[in-house]
Design a protein around this ligand. Structure first.
Ligand code: NAP
Length: 312
């Protein structure tokens, strides 16, 4: 395996879950001589300075990227275009500019027109996260054994792509390259639709008249609880994801609605065979995810449980 790349100056615009995790991991692995960061609000910038993970916290995006040889936008998808425009003239020739947005087609379309010739644009999406956000939520291990998808536009300097691949590998990620459109289609089903379903079901339960709110909370371990984790994800981030990946999400939603109608019909008709066949197929998918090490096989996601006789 080739040695991890070393950057003289890494600039992180945005220091939330993802930016904060990159900073912590890059520091730990010694991937940059200097790490400079900024965030939109004075409050976040003050907190980042207090955390002491990076070398400098600066007030503006333009100041952060000056002389940086790797710039990563770790901000909501909808902010990437305007920020690219804002920093364009301050980017160093030969710098690699990347992002971490959960949608790639829209980000490429919004950022690319602003970027000067002579910088290498290599969009990226680490497929790793939690429902937490903000400067305290990150941790260095977030990307270990998770995928990071690179979507370099045609004609991108392969050496720049390799350097970014090496950077993400050093953070523990497995790296794959694909087109932005294919990324958006894959993520629509594996991430965006599950979030939409979780947001829907938690909202539906909240509006039910026949079941009280305290009952929903009390009996949540029946399955509802696992949706609430996803539905607690950051509202700004997810608003932007659905606006930016509209086409692919609508396509997957169409297929999902057809499948939901099939299951609805099976329940209405008392078709146990259809239900059993469907649930058997989905159980195999879960096993596949565990087998490739993308989740734990421990019961109840490995949550700790109190033991009888050991309480009190
Ligand atoms: P987050 O915890 O909410 O942090 C977002 C950061 O961006 C904050 O530091 C915020 O500053 C800053 N910011 C927002 N607009 C800005 C601007 N115009 N200029 C400079 N800084 C700005 O969000 P996150 O979860 O890290 O998500 C960031 C990106 O990662 C999103 O594009 C998301 O799609 C992608 N992503 C997220 C996950 C996940 O599970 N969360 C997983 C993979 C990829 P303030 O704190 O001052 O507002």
């Amino acid at each position: 395996m080739s040695a991890a790349p070393h950057f003289k100056k890494l600039a992180l615009i945005g220091f939330g879950l993802i930016g904060g995790s990159i900073a912590r991991g890059a520091r730990l692995e010694g991937l940059a001589e200097t790490i400079v960061t900024t965030a939109r609000s004075a409050k976040t910038r003050a907190r980042v300075a207090e955390l002491g993970i990076v070398d400098a916290v600066v007030e503006t995006n333009a100041e952060a990227v000056r002389d940086a040889d790797l710039v990563i936008l770790c901000i909501p998808v909808g902010a990437c275009g305007p920020v690219a425009q804002e920093i364009a003239t301050d980017l160093k020739a030969g710098a690699i500019i990347s992002d971490v947005g959960s949608v790639k087609g829209a980000v490429v379309k919004d950022m690319a027109p602003h970027l000067p010739a002579g910088v290498h644009f290599v969009p990226a999406h680490p497929v790793a996260g939690t429902e937490h956000s903000g400067p305290d939520s990150g941790f260095a291990e977030l990307f270990i054994n998770r995928w990071c998808i690179l979507t370099p536009p045609e004609g991108t300097d392969p050496a720049a792509v390799e350097r970014l691949r090496g950077f993400w590998s050093a953070l523990g990620a497995r790296v794959e390259t694909m087109t932005p459109d294919h990324h958006d289609l894959v993520l629509a089903i594996t991430s965006h639709l599950p979030h939409l379903i979780a947001y829907t079901i938690v909202g539906t339960a909240d509006e039910l008249a026949q079941v009280t709110e305290s009952e929903v909370i009390k009996f949540s371990a029946g399955g509802f609880r696992d949706f609430t984790r996803i539905a607690a994800s950051d509202p700004t981030m997810w608003r932007d994801v659905f606006l930016a990946n509209k086409e692919a999400v609508l396509e997957m939603l169409g297929t999902f609605n057809e499948d939901l109608a099939k299951l609805t019909r099976a329940i209405r008709r008392g078709d146990g065979e259809a239900l059993f066949e469907h649930f058997t197929r989905t159980r195999a998918i879960r096993r596949g995810i565990v087998e490739i090490g993308q989740d734990s096989a421990a019961p109840d996601f490995g949550r700790p449980h109190p033991q009888l006789g050991k309480q009190g």
